[in-house]
Design a protein around this ligand. Sequence first.
Ligand code: GAL
Length: 361
Amino acid sequence: MLNRRAVLAGAASLAVTLSACGKENESSSGSSPEGGTVGIAMPTRASDRWLTDGKSVVERLKDMGYKSKLVYGDDDPKAQVSQIGDLVKQGVDALIIAAIDNKSLNGVLQQAADAKIPVISYDRLILGTKNVDYYVSFDNEMVGRMQATHIIKKLELAKGKGPFNIELFAGSPDDNNTKYFFDGSMALLQPYLDSKQLIVPSGEVAMDRITTLRWDGPTAEKRMSRLLAKWYRNQTLDAVLSPYDGISRGILTAVTSVGYGSGVKRLPVITGQDAELASVKSIIAGKQSQTVFKDVRRLADAAATVVDDVLSGRDPWVDSSIAYKNGVKAVPAVLLQPTSIDKSNYDVLIKDEYFTAAELE
Ligand code: GAL
């Protein structure tokens, strides 16, 4: 196992420590120490994307000469805390964590800090602790902007059309990304709400009314069904702001079960995120309207590169101007750019080899 204390102290002391330990695999350029083990804690197996994330991080680390221990918390914050505790006890050299509940990890991350294990917050920022070293994610506010831009374009709001009825859904209240997605969307949608080109008949616009615990599709479906029964007996739903494909598919089930998408009742515009296979197929079939593609293979690469840099005593490349505040510190971040996908450009996913053409048939 690597001597973590030494590698974190910097490249010069790293070389000394490794030679003192008789470590043989260190290359002359001082890069990629071999044999380290990285603990990877992912939130759920219930969604394609997180399976791709886990697999991709393991593969990239392997390419760089590291072993991995990959665990999934199955959306149970307590289980995730205990999994991370186990990884700390097993003496991993670094941790890559996509939190289930962003505030539940303070205790276990103190154990990691005491053991000098660097922590990379993956996709979702861990809040309320100084014991998180780097954050790798996408431009989360841009994700929300892309969803709003799609709605604005589809409803031709910039051309003055309306009024249209819209309902708003947000992600899990314990995920730091939720606020960024929603704020990004509202920055663009609010002017149309103010001008009354967009109307929210339910009046449910405050965050505590619109979140979806653990991003759960059936929970979103239930809320959509309730709203349809109460507010849409005599009017039409034109659009739904949805932050994630699993939620979008729940919403789609609710609207189709009351007749949208058949006869004269057009489906509302429904946004999404993650380019999950079922949703991309739904977009091609003209059901879900849009998704946001975040190439998580690139995110995995960024996380593995940061880990390799830290364990090799190099300063990881981070853009200090975009450090995300976690309530205790500004965490240096690497933010990747997402891509909006709809029926007109889904072939990007094939070109980028995210899916094969056959998978999308
Ligand atoms: C968020 C993530 C989204 C989506 C969602 C539900 O944290 O940024 O891309 O995956 O979780 O899993």
